[in-house]
Design a protein around this ligand. Structure first.
Ligand code: SAM
Length: 309
């Protein structure tokens, strides 16, 4: 497989992610009116709905990340969020009424950002939310507005500081989100990115969500399925807190999704979810959840950022 085919397979993982989200939204797990607007008609007709066990996993992942981002936002003001490999993620649009978020920057391959910008321009309601001062540059792959910026880049090779610096504020409380992205790039590349954020910013939390364990039969099956689709996982690694601390973060921790479900999802939410559709594979869900990890590193010179789980 050539490099560009492998890159295309990596980009296509976004289609998979957005379809899983759409399935969970349509079943009532997640409230998100925006994802529909980012899914092409052809993709939409495929592979939906997803099985209940996948819908549950998507819900728990979204719920846990939302919860931790809310903890970050509740301790800060005039925050900025930087989403790496943001794909078709709609978190900016879901949070677009939240005045605590001053800036939201997304980065992905130019093929992915161009598609996203096309969907934004096609939708009056999305365009209206960006206001008047919007410029689309770099052949339609870059969008700049006062609050929302979408940047095209290959995160493996780009000088991350150089592309972010014109848009980000180094002293503002910053949350960097990397959701299912680092696994597709060599560890040296994600280390370089972590080191940039850990050194350049004053108050920062990096939140990384990944599949981080393949050392049993179930993990091996997941890995084989991805390989069969041409997806390479050069950045696969168990959580290593040292990665964050040597990159300049003072605190680091990690929890798997099963733990986060048990700790964070409220009894009311568990009841609501249980009524949406019947789940036979309770054990399988736990097994899947144990393979996914949310890890974070925090550097907070003003001692304002903390996470409780
Ligand atoms: N973060 C989104 C989410 O959780 O819904 C998308 C996840 S998708 C599985 C992975 C995304 O990372 C894709 O959009 C892909 O294009 C992007 N990505 C992977 N490697 C990248 C790289 N080297 N440079 C830029 N984007 C990359």
């Amino acid at each position: 497989m050539t490099i560009s085919n492998a890159d295309e397979a990596t980009r296509m993982t976004d289609v998979d992610a957005v379809l899983s989200r759409l399935s969970a939204i349509r079943k009532g797990y997640i409230n998100d009116p925006y994802t529909e607007l980012f899914v092409g008609r052809l993709s939409r007709s495929q592979q939906l709905p997803r099985p209940p066990v996948i819908n549950r996993g998507t819900h728990i992942r979204t719920y846990a990340i939302d919860n931790i981002i809310e903890q970050f936002l509740s301790q800060t003001s005039r925050a900025q969020i930087i989403s790496l490999g943001s794909g078709s993620d709609t978190r900016f649009w879901r949070c677009s009424d939240d005045a605590r978020i001053a800036k939201y920057i997304e980065i992905d391959f130019d093929e992915v950002t161009s598609k996203k910008i096309m969907h934004i321009r096609k939708s009056d309601s999305l365009s209206a939310r960006l206001g008047e001062q919007v410029s689309v540059e770099a052949g339609g792959s870059k969008l700049v507005s006062p609050r929302y910026t979408l940047l095209p880049a290959d995160l493996r090779s780009v000088d991350i500081g150089a592309i972010i610096a014109p848009y980000a504020e180094l002293s503002a409380p910053t949350l960097v989100l990397s959701e299912c992205v680092f696994v597709y790039m060599p560890l040296e590349a994600s280390d370089r990115i972590l080191t940039y954020f850990g050194r350049a910013f004053e108050d920062i939390m990096v939140l990384v969500y990944e599949m981080a364990s393949v050392d049993d039969q179930f993990g091996q099956i997941m890995l084989r399925n991805l390989k069969a689709r041409g997806v390479e996982l050069p950045g696969m690694s168990a959580y290593d807190g040292h990665r964050f601390t040597s990159a300049g973060f003072a605190i680091s921790d990690a929890k798997n999704l099963e733990y986060l479900r048990n700790q964070l999802v409220t009894p009311q939410e568990k009841d609501r979810i249980a009524k949406l559709e019947f789940l036979d594979e309770v054990e399988e869900l736990s097994l899947i959840l144990r393979h996914y990890t949310l890890s974070w590193g925090i550097k907070s010179t003003k001692k304002t950022i903390n996470v409780h789980v």
